[in-house]
Design a protein around this ligand. Sequence first.
Ligand code: LMR
Length: 401
Amino acid sequence: MFKSIEMAPADPILGLSEAFKADTNADKINLGVGVYKDEAGATPVLKCIKSAEAKLVDTETTKGYLPIDGNPAYGQAVRELLFGSNSEIVASARAATSHTPGGTGALRVAGEFIKNVLGVKSIWLSDPSWANHAAVFGAVGLEVKKYPYFDKASNGLDFQGMIEGLKSVGKGEVVLLHGCCHNPTGVDPTVEQWEKIASVVAERGGLPLVDFAYQGFGVGLEEDAAGLRAVAAKNKELLVCSSFSKNFGLYNERVGAFTVVAEDAEAVKKAQSQVKTLIRRIYSNPPAHGGAAVATVLADDALTKQWHDELAEMRERIAKMRQLFVDELNQRGVKLSDAGNQFIVDQCGMFSFSGLTKEQVDVLKKEHSIYIVGSGRINVAGISEKNVGKLCDAIAVVAGA
Ligand code: LMR
């Protein structure tokens, strides 16, 4: 039976990491997968996590199973990060959180909940969206629809198009919104635009699902939650998928969360009982370590402060690399849009939708050992003072500058 199995295509993002590893060129550059890198190209464990892990080694007494939805202290910490510790949602206990294996695990649980508990048949994604979104939701049998998002002419948000698209959302259909640092474009709505988006989804009777994987990588932890909070203010029911891969650097610990917000505490209790049934059938209960490290940091004021500082350092380095990248492109006379390269500085978070075509990306990989996602998405954190010259020389060649 197995002999007839066809080779599956490589994953458009993680497949690049495999190809990068196999490349023997000493000057290779990986701008593919969304992983933070420091100036030396390393992805170090955050110091606050190292301290939390040392604490855990001393205090952990068991490796017994966690509850199906994880450690309650972790869930509480997640909700406070999302909505604020003094928020009405937290105070009225109308949200419930499950610790999931990463943000992707959260999205899968969300998909199962949407399809099998709510009986909803379709989900709207931004055009474009993270490459894995359509795959995850398609795998649970949801029909994927798209609303306009990116304006190629300005390299910015197609806000009018987005609003018009959202006006086609049917009652009960799910609308996925990127909480901040839109993946892949790096283009986010303003707070005023979020208000309008939140109103239109509410008027249409849609159910918002906020994918929140980069909190703290845009402007700051609180500022980056403004969109989510605007959506929550206008929509009594919503879903949130969180990831702590990037902002805690816990990529391989798979630390994510699925949060259901309902109209009241009674309704959320019932919803959460269904979420637990789904989780039990998929992975039974979550892996403990990463969530315990996050909860330990967030329960300790000094470690929380250290986390904020480390997060700011990552965010600021990325912003610096955006500017450096643009300066170096400008020096070589390379224009990645008719209006120049300023849009790269204006985008936020880890990614830049560079405007490089699939063909240019292929040549960069084959001839220069530079790895970029086929859509032209660049992980700006992969740029350093050391590699920016080589990167921009190669882009000048493929862009014909
Ligand atoms: C990315 O978009 O590169 C990250 O979210 C990693 C992944 O799993 O794709």
